[in-house]
Design a protein around this ligand. Structure first.
Ligand code: HSE
Length: 311
């Protein structure tokens, strides 16, 4: 009998990565979402339940990133299938760790697996991008693409979406501090300046190119010199209580680069060993705890797998 139910998980992602606003991202080895997708006899899409989200995420299929992505996929299939979802969020929404993107990726990935993979990952990405657009108010692939493909991703351009998967340095470790409060991406995007002076464009371009080169050459000193952002970090730092103090704590405890993950409030810090990564996490958490009651720390290498079938 044809399989009718599948359970998948999708990884958390860090987007922007300092100077790579909207054009860089990577996945970590922590799952942000688990999803059960069931084929039913009633045509249409339904969200049966969502847990772990403190009742914040919409069950309305026109507003949830998972079901918007699925709607586009099913319309492309030109089929009258019925699909029911159970979503388990493992992080609170508005984390800066790609929670909405993970839903937009997990649902088409799961359905594609059940249907015998009629679509390529590139095609699934287009559905996921349309889902993610509902949450952030615009198309950006720097969470969706690393969540779906794994690895460190460069988005060379958007028309059409041109993504490049980069092999990441073996020693690179990412520490993430997640202060437990919500930042809405759509709101955080409104803080970004629409224009930059030419000298800042030159600095930002140099840093973005330097970071990619550092990643490709496993040149940790170049990564360290390049991890500076003039676009998102200065505009959004005020959203995160104690941000610069937390960043200083990371850098003075061995981090080779630290910035806001996506639109925040999560903050990531690179290092070159797990030992340093753990020490950095403790230092970041100690500072953040002065401002925010609950803080969670993750320490991970870069995830190269993307979403997984787990049942
Ligand atoms: N690049 C997007 C932004 C990521 O910073 O707005 C949001 O998670």
């Amino acid at each position: 009998m044809k399989q009718k139910i599948i359970k998948v998980s999708a990884p958390a992602t860090v987007s922007n990565v300092g100077p790579g606003f909207d054009i860089m991202g990577f996945a970590i080895n922590t799952s942000v979402e688990e999803m059960i997708l069931r084929l039913t006899d009633n045509p249409g899409i339904k969200i049966k339940k969502i847990t772990g989200d403190k009742n914040k995420l919409p069950l309305d299929i026109t507003k949830n990133t998972a079901t918007v992505a699925l709607t586009h996929m099913i319309s492309k299939l030109n089929s009258k299938i019925g699909v029911e979802l159970e979503i388990k969020k493992k992080m609170i929404s508005g984390s800066g760790l790609g929670s909405s993107a993970a839903s937009a990726v997990a649902a088409p990935f799961a359905l594609n697996e059940l249907l015998g993979k009629p679509f390529t990952k590139y095609e699934l990405m287009e559905f996921a991008l349309l889902g993610e657009e509902i949450a952030s108010g615009c198309i950006h692939a720097d969470n969706v693409a690393p969540c779906l493909f794994g690895g460190f991703i460069l988005i060379r351009g958007y028309n059409p979406t041109d993504i490049i998967q980069l092999a990441s340095p073996k020693k690179l470790v990412c520490t993430i501090l997640h202060p437990q409060f919500e930042v809405k991406t759509a709101e955080a995007r409104k803080l970004i300046k629409k224009q930059l002076p030419l000298k800042d464009v030159i600095t930002q371009t140099g840093n973005a190119a330097g970071l990619i080169t550092g990643i490709l050459k496993s040149d940790y000193s170049l990564i360290k010199r390049s991890l500076n952002d003039l676009i998102a970090e200065p505009a959004r730092a005020t959203l995160i209580p104690g941000f610069y103090e937390i960043k200083n704590a990371a850098l003075s405890n061995g981090s080779i680069g630290c910035s806001i993950s996506g639109s925040g409030p999560a903050i990531f810090a690179f290092s070159t060993s797990f030992k340093d990564g753990i020490k950095i996490g403790k230092a970041m958490k100690k500072v953040s705890s002065k401002f925010v009651k609950e803080n969670i720390v993750y320490v991970s290498r870069i995830n190269t797998v993307g979403p997984k079938v787990i049942g």
